[in-house]
Write a new protein. Structure first.
Length: 143
């Protein structure tokens, strides 16, 4: 995991917001702020994968998206921005675990549409979603 912006403290509870951020929206920021305000999350990590597992970066490059995301997150010191090698939640969770340590509680933040996609995804080379949810939590917001 490569950080472009890192919150100053090591959190006990980390919110992870992974996405394409094409572009970062007020809804992304509201979801992240809600995790800080309502779920005792000390840091929210906006993370983009080097490569998506099922699509390509089109029209706007990873670098351009990261610039927009860093600008959007700049107003809140508890927001971090990083690039992950993996693109699946499990891969990102394991990268976070390696960086943040075993005592940090990992919570992915997503909308209902994303949750439905990951719950029904075909995880051919990975454990089923039920096993993955032993490594991280999933906080789902209505759309």
């Amino acid at each position: 995991m490569r950080f472009l912006r890192k919150a100053p403290l090591t959190p006990h509870r980390l919110g992870i917001l992974s996405g394409a951020f094409h572009p970062p929206t007020r809804a992304h920021l509201a979801l992240a702020q809600s995790a800080l305000d309502s779920f005792q999350t000390e840091e929210v990590l906006f993370v983009m994968p080097e490569a998506f597992p099922h699509k390509l970066y089109e029209h706007i490059t990873l670098h351009q998206r990261l610039e927009m995301l860093s600008t959007a997150a700049a107003h809140e010191s508890r927001f971090s921005v990083a690039v992950a090698e993996g693109g699946l939640f499990l891969e990102i969770a394991r990268e976070c675990r390696a960086y943040y340590g075993k005592d940090t509680r990992l919570r992915f933040l997503c909308g209902r549409d994303t949750a439905e996609r990951i719950l029904h995804w075909e995880y051919t080379n990975h454990p089923p979603i039920e096993a993955q949810l032993e490594e991280f939590e999933l906080l789902v917001a209505p759309r």
